[in-house]
Design a protein around this ligand. Structure first.
Ligand code: HEM
Length: 253
C-alpha cells in the first residue's frame, strides 16, 4: 500500500545499468575479499599461468632436453616448496574457493556484462570450475604422484607423454587449457574494467579484442606444446633414466 510520504517522493525509474561496476569501498570485509579475489586472479595466479604455458611448457617444442633443463631450473629454485605453497597453491585455493562462493551467491558485482549479453558472465564461472577440476587432477598426478620431477627432471618429458598420449587424457588437457586460457584472458578484461584501468565503452570494446587475441595466443602456445609431446615416441619415465647428456642437470639433490 502506498504511504503519503512515498506518494510525494520522486519517482526513480529502475534502469538497466550497463557495463562492469567498479569494486567500491564501504562494503566491509566483502570489499577487501572481492579486491583480493580480483587481484589474485592476475597476481600471482595469472602470472603463474602465463609462465606455465608461454614459457615453461613451450620449451617442450624444442624437445626433451630443453624441457628437462627448464624443469630442472624450476625445481632447483631456492625454497621451491615455499614458493609453490605461497606463490601458487594457496593463492589458487583462495581464488577458486572464493570464486565458487561468488558463483553460489550469484554475486557478480557486475550488473550487466555488455555487448555480448550474459553468456560471458556464465562462461567466466564455468571455465573457472573446469579449470579447477583440471588443476586439482594435474597437480596431483604431476607433482604428488609417480616420479618426483624435482629430483629426476630428465623423466619430465616422458611423464607428461604418459598422460598426453592417451586420447581421453589428452582431451582433458585440451579442455583444461581452453578453460584456463579463456578464464584468464577474459579475467584481464574484467579486472581492467573493475579497477578503472580501462574506462569508456569504446576503450573497453577495443581492449576486449586485445584480450580475445591473448586467449588465442595462450591456447595456440598450449596446443603447440601438447602437439610436441604427442609427436615424439614415448621417452623413458623411470627415475634416473637419462634422456639427455646435458651435464647441467642434477639427477639427485
Ligand atoms: C587457472 C587459474 C585461474 C586464473 C588465472 C584466474 C584468473 C581470474 C581473473 C584474472 C579474474 C578477473 C578478476 C576480476 O573479476 O576482477 C577472475 C575472475 C573470476 N574467477 Fe578466476 N582464475 C583462475 C581460476 C579460477 C577458479 C578455479 C575459479 C572457481 C570457480 C575461479 C572463479 C572466478 C570467478 C567467479 C570470477 C569472476 C568474479 C566476478 O565476476 O566478479 N577462477 N579469475
Amino acid at each position: 500500500m502506498a504511504s503519503a510520504a512515498s506518494s510525494t517522493a520522486p519517482v526513480v525509474t529502475k534502469s538497466k545499468v550497463q557495463g562492469v561496476a567498479p569494486l567500491r569501498a564501504g562494503q566491509g570485509t566483502s570489499f577487501v575479499l572481492r579486491r583480493l579475489h580480483s587481484l589474485s586472479g592476475i597476481v600471482p595466479v595469472g602470472a603463474f599461468l602465463f609462465e606455465h604455458i608461454l614459457v615453461s611448457n613451450s620449451t617442450a617444442i624444442s624437445g626433451p632436453d630443453a624441457y628437462a633443463r627448464q624443469v630442472s631450473f624450476l625445481g632447483n629454485l631456492p625454497l621451491v616448496f615455499f614458493l609453490e605453497l605461497f606463490g601458487i597453491w594457496l593463492p589458487i585455493a583462495f581464488h577458486a574457493l572464493y570464486g565458487f562462493y561468488i558463483w553460489y551467491r550469484g554475486d557478480g558485482n557486475t550488473i550487466a556484462y555488455p555487448w555480448t549479453g550474459n553468456w560471458m558472465y556464465t562462461a567466466q564461472r564455468w571455465t573457472g570450475g573446469i579449470a579447477f577440476a583440471y588443476i586439482i587432477w594435474h597437480t596431483w598426478t604431476m607433482r604428488f604422484t609417480g616420479v618426483d620431477l624435482h629430483i629426476y627432471p630428465n623423466a619430465s618429458f616422458g611423464k607428461v607423454q604418459g598422460e598426453v598420449l592417451q586420447t581421453p587424457l589428452f582431451l582433458f588437457y585440451v579442455a583444461g587449457l581452453i578453460a584456463a586460457s579463456w578464464h584468464f584472458a577474459y579475467g584481464i578484461w574484467l579486472f581492467a574494467a573493475k579497477w578503472g584501468i580501462v574506462s569508456g565503452d569504446k576503450a573497453r570494446k577495443r581492449f576486449l579484442v586485445v584480450c580475445l587475441a591473448f586467449f588465442f595466443v595462450l591456447t595456440g602456445a598450449g596446443l603447440a606444446s601438447l602437439t610436441a609431446f604427442r609427436s615424439r615416441p614415448q621417452q623413458p619415465i623411470e627415475p634416473g633414466t637419462a634422456v639427455t647428456n646435458n651435464k647441467q642437470i642434477t639427477e639427485s639433490r
